[in-house]
Design a protein around this ligand. Sequence first.
Ligand code: PLP
Length: 361
Amino acid sequence: MIEYENLKKLNLAFEKNFKEEFNLFLDSGWYILGDSTKIFESDFAKYLGTSYCVGVGNGLDAMVLAIEALDLPAQSEIIVPSNTYIATILAVLKAGHIPVLVEPDINTYNIDPIRIRENLTKKTKALLIVHLYGKSCEMDSILDIVKDNGLFLLEDCAQSHGAEYKGKKTGTFGIGCFSFYPTKNLGALGDGGAVVTDDGRINIKLRALRNYGSEKKYENILVGINSRLDELQARFLNVKLRFLDQINGHKRKLASIYFENLTKELILPAVDPNYFDVYHIFNIRTNKREQLKEYLLANGIKTEIHYPIPPHKQKAMQGILNSSFPISEEIHKTTLSLPISYFHSEEDVFYISKIINRFFT
Ligand SMILES: *Cc1c(COP(=O)(O)O)cnc(C)c1O
């Protein structure tokens, strides 16, 4: 059986380091907002090439707090992709604003800049884009839109740790919001998240917002929440960060084997020299998705669907998001995610490719 993901196996290579870190953590007696979080914040900012990083509790909070730090007028419109994990849209709603969904480019699955322009109104104050599956959005056009219209730019980088557009890392174009959920390319052993920015004032605000709105103990300057990256997760992330390029490199190698071997009957991810993709997810598209998924399972290969139901079709969004989004729906109907974890071998991917090709002959 080739599993789609197995976190125990994924983290096996780091277990020795994790155990050492756990012992150091226990010895230190310091559990929240200490040196390990500071080291992670500083090293992750350095890795990305940005000035500041603020560790928070998870990816959703990273986005909610980043939006709140902008101090937008209540019920501002924030443009988000229709093709995303629901967290992106929830963040806008939780921060008290209106998510305006914009369809993706069918070739990249990421938000379509032409359609962003079509959806701008006087109430639009920010874009919250998502670098889905580990591929950057088309940043030249997006940065033009931001500049032309005086908007804020937020990036959901939950799937794009280390991904680049024209040599610049995602998360450094605007305010970058990261999740360290265990399955992500940079994954903790629990929940974790971070916001990165070059703006010193946003940095200071975020540090207060994540900690009850407090800069100084028992003095509250903002209406904050409790969402702090904890020391143990920061320690695990400090280990993992040193291997992030290696993890991404392995996933890129596996992707290259898929590209070389998979039948042209499938729609494969777009490849473009301007984009350094990190393949958080390697998705293919086919009208025979359900049959292929079953065939693979019968041959001992597990796959996933990211995602089976688009956000605007979720029950929770009834009466909130009501338009139809045919491009997103088409993607949700035809997409299938193939195994591409750090623990998968090149042989696994050759085998998976062979079985897929056999399905089509
Ligand atoms: C995982 C993910 C999130 C949420 O991150 P959490 O840490 O689970 O809150 C947000 N957006 C996208 C695109 C994701 O893949």
